[in-house]
Design a protein around this ligand. Sequence first.
Ligand code: ATP
Ligand code: MG
Length: 435
Amino acid sequence: MGEIQALRGTRDILPEEVGYWQRVEAVAQEILARAAYREIRTPIFEQTALFERGIGEATDVVGKEMYTFLDRGDRSITLRPEGTAGVVRSLIEHGLQTQGGVQRLWYTGPMFRYERPQAGRQRQFHQLGVEVLGSADPRADAEVIAIATDILQSLGLKNLRLDLNSVGNLEDRQNYRQALVNYLTPYKDELDPDSQERLSRNPLRILDSKDKRTQEIAQNAPSILDYLGSYSRHHFEQVQQLLSDLGIKYQLNPRLVRGLDYYTHTAFEIQSDDLGAQATVCGGGRYDGLVAQLGGPDTPAIGWAIGLERLILLLQQLQELPLSKLDFYVVSRGDRAETQALALAQKLRHAGFSVELDLSGSGFKKQFARADRSGAVACLILGDEEAEGQTVKLKWMASKEQQAIAQADLLAMADELRRQLDSLKTSGTPNQVNA
Ligand code: ATP
Ligand code: MG
């Protein structure tokens, strides 16, 4: 029997990479907290019907990409392919929207879609998303876009493009749909097979086909922006004005239609030129119809989701991430010394230092080599002699300077040590994540 490997389309996030994830989460949490968004955690699996109703059966996600199975009680269960449906289900179930006012929520976690895996496209991937429920105000649209921009910019990302569109309301879309079908029908035989099928089921989706010839044809299709009614047009103009006022650059893209049926009005994507084929880092838009469609009261809403794998690919191209440096590496040899070393390491940890204890039991030479590789700022050495006198040798790794000191004194001078360690950490060349 061969060794068992991770499933196709899934991957391990190893310790060397986790620092990037923690950084993204920390930056996002800080920005979201400052804007009064609260985290919500919903289950990873839900009834299949939730996604069928909330995403739409004609979409790729529901039609082809869901991980759906019967559980042992013969219930149809689906691993969530996205976050919005679960958040809205939870909101309705707990009556959050009846508390009145606006709910600003965010979530993060794994999502599952049965897709063809490639760079930036996996079967288990992660999203960070926000949902603002209970406001139809164009300022909500501008706020969520501004927050997405803030997160990406605070992480140091550049070369990002914001594409903006409006898909209007249902009535606008019905009018547009007819115009689009009229335009596309003469080209039917030239469209890719998926698009031919969509011509009757979901013609708007043809606009974001990845097929080259279909794209060429779509290039001259009528623009949805010419089919917006007066409310939709006014809303969209206000969103654009607010973004300009905030200094956020965007380009209009009338071919930008989100893949999910519940979107209304504003639709947007943030793309990067540095990602190859999977260029979209963040996608979102308004979904004023969804809460009612899932059985809740009429509630306007808007949200977005960032694909974290794609975001982290960009961060990795951009910068090596400084590892948080270890304060002490403790080496010891001999029964008494080894016992004291463990106790000393614990006391130092309780005093707030980061301490790695060598557990190998090998000779001092090998332990010193590991101390070097650990990236610790200082090494603590305990042999028989130190154990006897309850002392320890403190060795600064950069200068190789070394001093003997009573263990009790070391702990008594914690503040002074902290200052020395910190100044050495900032002046020394930071440890780099190795690729
Ligand atoms: P795409 O056109 O790339 O398939 P999508 O329209 O299906 O994207 P959304 O459902 O809007 O994507 O999800 C928001 C974001 O989540 C995407 O912009 C992308 O960054 C990320 N994402 C979506 N599917 C995957 C996947 N299979 N693997 C990795 N990231 C993904
Ligand atoms: Mg997709």
